[in-house]
Design a protein around this ligand. Structure first.
Ligand code: CU
Length: 398
């Protein structure tokens, strides 16, 4: 015991420095990464001390002494050669199988996983849940106040279907120890099971979560940073997001809440969709250039198309819904008409946005041209009030 206690203290101290101790268990399926890392570390320490010690000792022992003849140097020693080949090989075999076992477990998605779409872009992350919504909460990190928060269920297999909108990015959750490239032209799967929230874990905190009109009190959560490990240019290093692990019940609640309360103004709905569905990554609302055209003061203005045709002022004057329809078509079938000077890069949102959300987007874009939005006359928003009333009733019951 006298021998092992100080050694363990050093071990724990190192775990603290290297990993913020205990975090290996953040992926509940346990990939054994910390253990393997520490094994390699201690093997390296052992051999470093052994070899440097021997070297130092022999340097001293066989130093040149006046009047003493030099030792003859052996050219070959079979027993020695075999020993220092076999022992390191055995150690490498252990490291290989240990690592391969963890690698396989990290690669294999568990059955019936919760699937979430993850998109990487210059310079940020977006997630789209099966409800069509993404993050609707942000936190501040350094100079950026738009770091999205992604909710995830504890102790549940999750499969992230990852793709990039532009260059190669690398999805990295330091607490989970693994990273995986995110490509522009194919999906890569990242699967994990976040560990259950443990009362004893000092990173587990509690807060009230509010979505539109509903508040859920005392939601327990643990945050993990998400970063991009593709440090090849510009701002990959600033791509951050938060993975917020909550209980399964809280996760289901979070996902199922209507994002707008009773009587929400359509412009607000549109603004929320603009952020939550990731339009903001390509479209500005202040006139500045982006991957897509800005939405600032564009409503009811003529639009030139790449094929030489246009949405003309005459058409707009003749049909008060011309721009509304153009927006609708641009969202559901973006390649139908390509705005001149832009690439056909917008993903289709067909099936991902509800009618209320489409109408909200139209109202929002309209409002950015300083036009009044007459809520009363936008059909579909009565339904929103009903939906909110229903969810209030459901919340009151549950
Ligand atoms: Cu990146």
């Amino acid at each position: 015991m006298i021998m092992t206690t100080p050694t363990l203290a050093i071990h724990d101290f190192l775990l603290d420095i290297f990993f913020r101790r205990g975090a290996d268990s953040d992926v509940g399926s346990g990939w054994g990464i910390d253990g393997l890392f520490m094994f390699i570390w201690w093997v390296s320490v052992f051999f470093f001390v052994l070899l440097m010690g021997l070297m130092g000792w022999w340097c001293w022992k066989y130093r040149r002494v006046p009047g003493k003849a030099a030792e003859p140097s052996a050219s070959h020693n079979t027993a020695l050669e075999i020993t220092w080949t076999v022992i390191p090989t055995l150690i490498l075999v252990v490291i290989f199988f240990w690592g391969y076992d963890g690698y396989l477990r990290a690669q294999m998605p568990e059955g019936s996983a919760e699937q979430v779409d993850l998109t990487a872009f210059k310079w940020g992350w977006g997630m789209t849940y099966d409800t069509g919504w993404g993050a609707d909460e942000t936190v501040t990190l350094g100079s950026r106040d738009d770091i999205p928060v992604f909710y995830m269920p504890e102790d549940t297999p999750v499969l992230l279907k990852m793709s990039s909108q532009d260059v190669i990015h690398s999805f990295w959750v330091p607490d989970f120890r693994t990273k995986l490239d995110v490509m522009p032209n194919r999906f890569t799967p990242y699967s994990f099971r976040a560990a259950a929230l443990d009362e004893a874990d000092e990173r587990v905190k509690t807060m009230d979560v509010q979505i539109a009109d509903s508040v859920r009190e005392n939601v327990r959560y643990r945050d993990h940073w998400i970063f991009c490990a593709e440090y090849c240019g510009d701002l990959h290093s600033e791509m951050a997001a938060v993975m917020r692990v909550v209980s399964k019940d809280d996760y289901e609640w979070w996902k199922s809440q209507p994002r707008y309360g009773a009587g929400t103004n359509p412009v607000e709905v549109g603004e929320k969709v603009y952020i939550a569905s990731g339009c903001a990554t390509c479209h500005s609302v202040d006139g500045s250039a982006g991957t897509g055209p800005t939405w600032f003061e564009v409503y009811n203005r003529p639009v030139p198309f790449a094929d030489g045709s246009e949405l003309s002022q005459a058409e707009i004057d003749a049909d008060p819904l011309a721009w509304d329809n153009y927006i609708r078509e641009s969202i559901l079938n973006p390649s139908a008409k390509i705005h001149e000077g832009y690439a056909n890069q917008m993903p289709s949102y067909d099936g991902r946005l509800s009618d209320v959300e489409l109408r909200g987007l139209i109202a929002y874009i309209r409002s950015l041209s300083g036009l009044d939005v007459d809520t009363e006359n936008i059909p579909g928003f009565e339904a929103l009030d009903e939906q909110a009333a229903e969810s209030d009733a459901a919340n009151a019951e549950g």
